[in-house]
Design a protein around this ligand. Structure first.
Ligand code: HDD
Length: 717
């Protein structure tokens, strides 16, 4: 018997769920202005002084106000997540474009235009809670959908593939990746012996490694980052027919990345770079959006695909199965409180709703076991579901009882089922039609610890990824392997990695090996090692997949891009104002940067307010640089090493530059060809040229990066 309240809520319009979720959260918000009390509600007379015996006497044990305050303080922290400890969250909603009833009976995917509230937590996989944002890493992309049929969690990542195929290997993988146990170093970095020792012995990690060494591991912004459900799931419609499905999140702003040198510098200047970027964009009304894409695969077609859908180290190229956009995700509200929401939110890949089901992917199956324990350990008991951020918008009704931090006040004498003593206590649903129905399945009859032969192909998709990258991106990948492996002590580990890379691409392996002083990479050496099993047949695969070169993809406008305007006294602001106006109209953000705060005098005697100093906000904090005209200003800037460095660094990092009139001298050290390099806009301070310069600059910013600058290595920055 379904409960009346449940029924009325199920009938509620989808939009109501968003409002209901917000009301639920607000019910827990502490009053903003109130008299200070103890946790028991007793008014605190003095919050600055403890209770002492006499003017200089000892503090009294009876000071229960002090005792309560210190006790609460001492317990403010909860254990950080074993992985994905550092995070940033935001509220929003999912809006469905069209009904997916042909594929799934999930209520929240039925109604075109229907909105479901969500909370999203982005995270870094490797580092501790206080580590820097911009390190080379996999990012978590976890979405909690508060649907009217219960919470659905899609706990994905910024990479479409995993490092290991079986959950049995996950703790070893994480141990190897995390700081080494004897000295707890390095923090938030895979560039160390243990990690490369492990992965060099695990050919199945190679595909994910290619992604980790690429720009995908250095997002410019969480708002410009793709997300993937990674595993294959299943959608099941009302008739019980199933499709395999892979989930994608595609950012509306395009997929953009930092370059490695820049990422490292930002980590020092602003360790909160990505979290701040997300927070500020939402606070300023630039709600980031992603499209939810699905790859839908008929179960009968799965065998013929040539990709084992249950192997989480493999993806399904879009050229084989297109990604269909079915909904949009909008994040439009920052949390009120980091701890209560972003820290206490508890995801679980086993939080499913009717119409969505698992596959037999052995990594996913292991996750289903693991997350329950993780949440109990983190939240200190089995009642984490009742925390405001974890509560579903539909009623929760069962006979789970008690446990640490129980907040529900269960009424009545019956705490068991079946019972006849409590009203409405037969919770069985009508005719077995409602509720979560597991998809019918042919279960395996043998029990074994094994790896199916179709999981043996570790290389063809790593090669596909490599072949699909631009020349500039390939150089970044080579440089990333060189950087990481140069930090690895044992030469045997480095050699093992180079031998493995020879299975991906001979040139890649050689370039890496040469820089590390290793012998010629030998694919046969890798093949001779334990755990290595050659695929039964050479897999048929694509030569290239343009969709995998996502970072170089077209940019969608310049909204929210940050442009530094570098100035000194005597700056000529005529052209600058016009460019600023154009940039603002397109949603970009400009900031005036100078040696000190306050104002600088312009050439016409006005006062231009300064937003930042370059010591505090160097060029790595911006997407592009504009240096306005003005002989005196250009001369003053050229005499300042930091200002010259600002421009040269942006040039090296491939960013768009606009240098008006005399300010071009700031680029002198980059060589004569620099003013003609891609993404560099330069022209006279002439009203007739301004409009063209503005257009060129906007286009250059929209491309995000300009990697093909000749001789860039010799630029001193
Ligand atoms: Fe996991 C957290 C994503 C494999 C065990 N995982 C966690 C989070 C994300 C992922 C995004 C953070 C959620 C949040 O923001 O709170 N995990 C993945 C992906 C995987 C994956 C995409 C592979 C494709 N994870 C995985 C395996 C296991 C775990 C195989 C264990 C068998 N993951 C955990 C965990 C965490 C977690 C220990 C740490 C804290 C938590 O769950 O809440 O249970």
């Amino acid at each position: 018997m379904a409960l009346p309240r449940q029924e009325s809520q199920r009938k509620a319009k989808a939009g109501d769920a968003v409002a209901l979720h917000q009301r639920q959260l607000e019910a827990f918000v502490a009053p903003a202005e109130a008299t200070l009390t103890t946790d028991q509600g007793v008014v605190v007379p003095d919050n600055h002084h403890s209770l002492q015996a006499g003017l200089h006497g000892p503090t009294l044990v009876e000071d229960f106000v002090l005792r309560e305050k210190l006790a609460h303080f001492a317990h403010e922290r909860i254990p950080e997540r074993v992985v994905h400890a550092r995070g940033a969250g935001a509220h929003g909603y999912l809006e469905v474009y069209r009904s997916l009833s042909a594929y799934t009976r999930a209520d929240f995917l039925q109604e075109p235009g229907g909105r479901t509230p969500v909370f999203v937590r982005f995270s870094n996989l490797t580092g501790a809670r206080g580590s820097a944002d911009t390190v080379r890493d996999v990012r978590g992309f976890a979405v909690k959908f508060y649907t009217r049929e219960g919470n659905f969690d899609l706990v994905g990542a910024s990479l479409p593939v995993a490092f290991v195929q079986d959950a049995m290997k996950f703790p070893d993988f994480v141990h190897a990746l995390k700081p080494e146990p004897h000295h707890d170093m390095p923090q938030a970095s895979s560039a160390h012996d243990n990690f490369w020792d492990f992965v060099s012995l695990q050919p199945e990690s190679l595909h994910a490694l290619m992604w980790l060494m690429s720009s995908r591991a250095l997002p410019r912004s969480l708002r410009m980052m793709e997300g993937f459900g990674v595993h294959t799931f299943r959608l099941v419609n009302a008739q019980g027919a199933g499709h395999f499905v892979k989930f994608y999140w595609r950012p509306r702003l395009g997929t953009h990345a930092l370059v490695w040198d820049e990422a490292q510098r930002i980590a020092g200047k602003d360790p909160d770079f990505l979290r701040r970027d997300l927070w500020e964009a939402i606070a300023q009304g630039h709600a980031p959006e992603w499209e939810l894409g699905l790859q839908l695969i008929e179960e009968s077609r799965a065998q013929a695909l040539g990709v084992d859908l249950l192997d989480p180290t493999q993806l399904v190229p879009e050229e084989l199965v297109p990604v269909q956009a079915v909904a949009k995700l909008v994040l439009n509200r920052n949390p009120d409180n980091f701890f209560a929401e972003t820290e206490q939110v508890a995801f679980h890949p086993g939080h499913l709703v009717p119409g969505i089901d698992f596959s037999h992917d052995p990594l996913l199956q292991g996750r289903l076991l693991s997350y329950t324990d993780a949440q109990i350990a983190r939240l200190g008991g089995p009642n984490g579901h009742a925390l405001p951020i974890n509560q579903s918008v539909c009623p929760v009704h069962n006979f789970h009882r008690d446990g640490a931090h129980r907040v529900t006040i269960d009424r009545g004498s019956a705490n068991y089922e079946p019972n006849s003593l409590a009203q409405g206590s037969e919770f069985r649903v009508d005719g077995g039609q409602q509720g979560f129905q597991s998809q019918a399945d042919t279960l395996m009859t043998t029990k074994a610890r094994h790896r199916p032969p179709s999981f043996d192909d570790h290389f063809s998709q790593a090669t596909l990824f490599w072949n699909s990258q631009s020349t500039a991106e390939k150089e970044q990948i080579v440089a990333a392997f060189q950087f990481e492996l140069a930090r690895v002590g044992p030469a045997a580990v480095r050699q093992r990695m180079a031998d493995l890379l020879a299975h991906v691409d001979a040139r890649l392996a050689r370039k890496v090996a040469d820089a590390l002083g290793l012998g010629a990479p030998d694919p046969r050496a890798a093949a001779g090692r334990a755990g290595f099993r050659a695929p039964a047949a050479t897999p048929a695969t694509l030569e290239r997949s343009p969709a995998l070169a996502g970072v170089a993809g077209p940019a969608a406008g310049i909204a929210t891009r940050r442009i530094a305007i570098l100035v000194a006294a005597g700056v000529e602001v005529g052209a600058m104002k016009l460019l600023q106006q154009t940039l603002h109209e397109l949603g970009a953000v400009t900031r005036v940067v100078a040696a000190g705060l306050g104002v600088v005098a312009t050439s016409s005697g006005q006062q231009l307010p300064v937003d930042h100093t370059w010591a505090c906000m160097p060029s790595v904090m911006f997407d592009a640089v504009l240096v306005p005209a003005g002989a005196a200003s250009a001369q003053a800037l050229a005499a300042q090493g930091d200002a010259v460095h600002f421009v040269l660094e942006a040039y090296r990092h491939g960013k768009a530059l606009c240098l008006i009139g005399e300010s071009v001298r700031l680029l002198q050290l980059a060589g004569e060809q620099a003013t003609r390099a891609p993404g560099v806009v330069h022209g006279p301070n002439d009203p007739a040229a301004r409009l063209q310069m503005a257009q060129d600059f906007v286009q250059a910013i929209a491309r995000h990066r300009h990697p093909g600058r000749v001789g860039v290595e010799s630029v001193p920055a």
